[in-house]
Design a protein around this ligand. Structure first.
Ligand code: K2U
Ligand code: ZN
Length: 181
């Protein structure tokens, strides 16, 4: 497995709609392996392929809350949301592509997903709680939507400005470490 770099907002790749996976190949299985390793290393409880610059409809999730419990990694290929509850829940969300920024987002409390697993088998399952929130957050990434898109324009602009400053600082630090001779 390989740890991949996580793109930071604003980045045009994070706003694109991703392409369906035509076939579950060994390349897709390698991608999923790298995504899970990158997610655990971050650490996070979900990660979508466009966050590492791969414009494919794949996301991974592991919302096991108890760090002593066994990991329960899930890989979702070409996921579809087939049902959403009318009831809603509010979670303070974050995003690995928008580090250290959090805001409350209201989403359906439960969702039912249909997807292809790594064996190419069709799966369908209903999620609630943090799993439901995480799945919807990752599904949004596949359609170029970020959690800040649910916020007002002022808050969204403030967070985007903070990320632009962070990217400038990271670029300066990288340049001082590896100056072009
Ligand atoms: O897509 C991502 O950036 C991964 C998120 C997934 C996530 C966001 C909001 C709510 C649930 C899941 C990262 O795991 S952010 C870290 C995190 C962890 C627990 C709760 C909220 C955010
Ligand atoms: Zn995210």
């Amino acid at each position: 497995m390989t740890l991949r770099q996580i793109l930071i907002h604003p980045d045009p790749r994070l706003k694109k709609t991703c392409d369906p996976v035509a076939e579950v190949t060994s390349d897709i299985r390698k991608l999923a392996d790298d995504m899970l390793a990158t997610m655990y290393d971050a650490p996070g409880i979900g990660l979508a392929a466009p966050q590492i610059g791969v414009m494919s409809r794949v996301f991974v999730m592991d919302c096991v809350k108890d760090e002593n419990a066994a990991a329960d990694p899930m890989v979702f290929i070409n996921p579809q949301i087939t049902w959403s509850s009318e009831d809603t829940s509010v979670y303070e969300e974050g995003c690995l592509s928008i580090p250290e920024q959090y805001a409350e987002v209201t989403r359906p409390s439960e969702v039912r997903l249909r997807w292809l697993d790594l064996d190419g088998q069709t799966r369908e399952e209903q999620f609630d709680g943090l799993w439901a929130t995480c799945a919807q957050h990752e599904f949004d990434h596949l359609n170029g939507k970020l959690f800040i898109d649910y916020l007002g324009p002022m808050k969204r602009k403030l967070i985007t400005s903070k990320m632009q400053k962070l990217k400038r600082e990271r670029a300066r630090t990288a340049a001082t470490k590896d100056p072009i001779l």
